[in-house]
Design a protein around this ligand. Structure first.
Ligand SMILES: *Cc1c(COP(=O)(O)O)cnc(C)c1O
Length: 227
């Protein structure tokens, strides 16, 4: 675990150097879905500060078991509105908001919990039927709606590109997300920050960093294959 983690960190640093970015402008999120709490604890002991989870129920156990470790927890899976209540209690950043309905639910429970909930808007850049996310052309309208909500705070965008297992094939989708981010930033939508770009997984994170990723979500390269 420690060795794999160090290798991933070294690759992140190298990718950052290749494009003249400071390595500390990229945060590693270790994606621990399907991995038990003992394994996550090992990762935290090895230096991981941020964990990514896809399922509320599974995450709840780990967040509670590991509460004393003070890690940051990221929700990266598809979130149903009826689970918003739990997501607000458990997660420091929710990456997968793609509708005003979901944002409204998060806002409601964040208000009840006296919290401002940081979120990202997930964009379906490739318009895949199988993926969640708002289409590029609908993103600004969604952000203008979310900007009205007092208890959620948008920090940036997230995407899951089509899976080619070929970084050069997914690179254009990363570049498209960055362009969208830059365009939205220039519009200065009230209450919307556009600093974070969550993109890049085990198979393609170097390309994502070269295209501007600030949050990379890496599971397999740290924890090994999922079963
Ligand atoms: C599982 C998952 C990851 C991590 O994938 P790996 O290929 O194991 O690095 C990243 N992002 C999301 C949204 C995921 O569901």
């Amino acid at each position: 675990m420690k060795d794999r983690l160090e290798q991933v960190k070294a690759r992140i640093k190298q990718a950052a150097e290749n494009c003249q970015r400071p390595a500390d402008s990229i945060k590693l999120i270790a994606v621990s879905k399907t991995k038990p709490a003992e394994v996550v604890r090992e990762a935290i002991d090895a230096g991981v500060t941020d964990l990514g989870e896809n399922y509320i129920q599974e995450a709840r156990e780990k967040v509670n078991t590991l509460a004393a470790a003070n890690a940051n927890w990221h929700f990266i899976g598809h979130l149903q509105s009826n689970k918003a209540k739990y997501a607000v209690r458990l997660f420091d950043l929710i990456h997968s908001v793609d509708s005003l309905k979901l944002a409204n639910e998060l806002n409601k429970y964040a208000h009840k919990n006296d919290k401002i909930q940081p979120i990202l808007v997930q964009v379906n850049v490739a318009r895949e039927d199988s993926k969640s996310g708002v289409y590029v052309e609908d993103t600004v309208a969604l952000l203008k709606g979310i900007g009205q909500l007092a208890n959620v705070s948008v920090k940036g965008l997230m995407t899951m590109p089509p899976y080619f297992n070929a970084p050069e094939k997914v690179r254009p989708f990363f570049a498209a997300l960055r362009k969208l981010r830059d365009r939205i930033k220039s519009e200065n939508i009230p209450n919307i920050a556009m600093d974070e770009l969550s993109m890049g997984m085990t198979g393609d994170f170097e390309a994502a960093i070269e295209e501007g990723a600030t949050l990379v979500r890496i599971g397999t390269a740290i924890f090994g294959e999922r079963h």
